[in-house]
Design a protein around this ligand. Structure first.
Ligand code: FAD
Length: 406
């Protein structure tokens, strides 16, 4: 096989790692084809973007370990990618999760209210009669957080009458958010927010659930119409944050002229000095030869980890590793630098001796640049072993891998 050149790159995966790889390969002058399946971790995530995994402090479940300031800095290229994508806004912030934890993040969905500059003020928390929302409990929990105690920040619940129909109590949060993209509903929301603010002029900001519209323009209109900051707490999996990422992804790929296909890739195999792919729909036509697409000079596997089905884990296998990649491609699995091709689930190491979510640490064995084996084959993001499972670490690994091609 010849040395990998940056000519025609296939990216498998439409999460943040795949999009970052496509962006970086395009910036290097490559033709890029991107294939993606159903929503992966990026589309299920909360709107917060970290480099290192964030975790709540075990004893109190609030504030978290480390702080936004502790996290490593993004490189200029990573910043450029975030700007090109136009979704996560960069900068350390302190945000509220939907279960009342105050936590740091390095970048965020612009809808998420940054609490840091609001330290010491009174923040209103919207009480909306939805089945998945308890504004009063959220306000109490946030006010009892270490951060609120330390900074003297208060959280005040207040009813917000923005439901018009009974069914709006129960529809998914993302569908509820979409209602406010419509002008009439947005006006109702704005009237309610303005009324609240004039009743309570002492409010320094207003915290809502993840419902401030799906469209960036809705958010801008709502945030621009109030004299105080208005924002959301984090999304639940499958909420608005993932949909906003997907919209930004579509805009970026279109702008770059990346050929993106909602196609499941079944197989990656060597062909004509490079690689070719067999997609599920093409494979169903019968002839494997006719089904192949390519050749590609490089393939970037950005298929995600266990959450998105990029990696499958089947314990108690009689042969081979308990881990399997969703794509048929010649790669090795490893965990903490140890290869995992031994017999059966976990044979050869005792998972109980490993700290933390050991299953999540397993992935495709890669070198520092993300090379996954034969020339021109890379694994980036959650599918790669030895990488933090976070949005910004996924983007970083993709940008780094593409930089190493050729
Ligand atoms: C509920 C939840 C909350 C999270 N919260 C945070 C957080 O607060 N902060 C943070 O930084 N990180 C968070 N994360 C982690 C973060 O979302 C992931 O680390 C990151 O998004 C991984 O991106 P990725 O591109 O590697 O994979 P994914 O986003 O999983 O993308 C994988 C892509 O590959 C595609 N794919 C898979 N197999 C195939 C195939 N065979 N053919 C074609 N396409 C395929 C999928 O369709 C998908 O598009 C969270 C994750 C989850 C699940």
């Amino acid at each position: 096989m010849t040395a990998p050149k940056i000519e025609h790159v296939a990216v498998i995966g439409g999460g943040v790692a795949g999009v970052a790889a496509a962006w970086a390969a395009h910036a290097r002058g490559a033709r890029v084809s991107l294939y993606y399946g159903p929503a992966g971790a990026t589309e299920l995530a909360s709107g917060a973007a970290d480099l290192e995994p964030w975790a709540p402090a075990p004893a109190h479940g609030e504030d978290g370990v480390g702080s936004a300031e502790d996290e490593g800095a993004l490189t200029p290229t990573e910043r450029e990618f975030l700007r090109a994508l136009g979704y996560w806004c960069e900068g350390p912030a302190r945000i509220a999760t939907r279960v009342g934890v105050v936590r740091p993040c390095l970048a965020r969905d612009p809808a998420l209210l940054d609490l840091e500059p609001l330290a010491g003020s009174i923040i209103g928390v919207a009480c909306v009669e939805r089945d998945d929302w308890d504004g009063a409990a959220l306000a109490r929990t946030l006010e009892s957080s270490t951060w609120a105690g330390r900074t003297g920040t208060r959280f005040r619940p207040e009813p917000l009458g923005i439901l018009l129909e009974g069914y709006e109590r129960r529809i998914p949060a993302a569908d509820f958010a979409a209602l406010f993209d419509e002008q009439r509903r947005r006006s109702l929301l704005l009237d309610e927010l303005r009324g609240w603010r004039s009743r309570m002029p002492e409010l320094g900001a207003i915290l809502c659930g993840p419902w401030l519209g799906l469209e960036a323009t809705t958010l801008q209109e709502v945030q621009g119409a109030l004299p105080v900051p208005v924002g959301e707490c984090t999304s639940a999996p499958g909420g608005v944050a993932g949909l906003r990422f997907a919209a930004a992804r579509a805009r970026l790929l279109q702008r770059l002229g990346v050929e993106s296909q909602p196609e499941w890739v079944e197989r990656v195999r060597p062909a004509r000095g490079g690689w070719e792919l067999v997609t599920a729909s093409a494979a169903s036509t019968g002839s494997a030869a006719a089904a192949a697409v390519g050749p590609f000079s490089c393939v970037v596997l950005a298929v995600g980890g266990l959450v998105s089905g990029g990696i499958e884990f089947t314990p108690r296998q009689e042969t081979g590793s308990a881990f399997r990649l969703c794509v048929d491609v010649p790669v090795q699995f490893s965990i903490d630098g140890e290869p995992l091709e031994q017999v059966s689930s976990c044979y050869g190491f005792d998972p109980m001796t490993l700290r933390g979510a050991w299953i999540e640490r397993a992935g495709v064995h890669v070198d520092r640049a993300g090379r996954a084996g034969p020339r021109g084959l890379f694994a980036v993001g959650d599918v790669a072993a030895g990488r933090p499972r976070t949005v910004l670490a996924a983007a970083r690994s993709a940008i780094k891998a593409v930089g190493a091609i050729g």
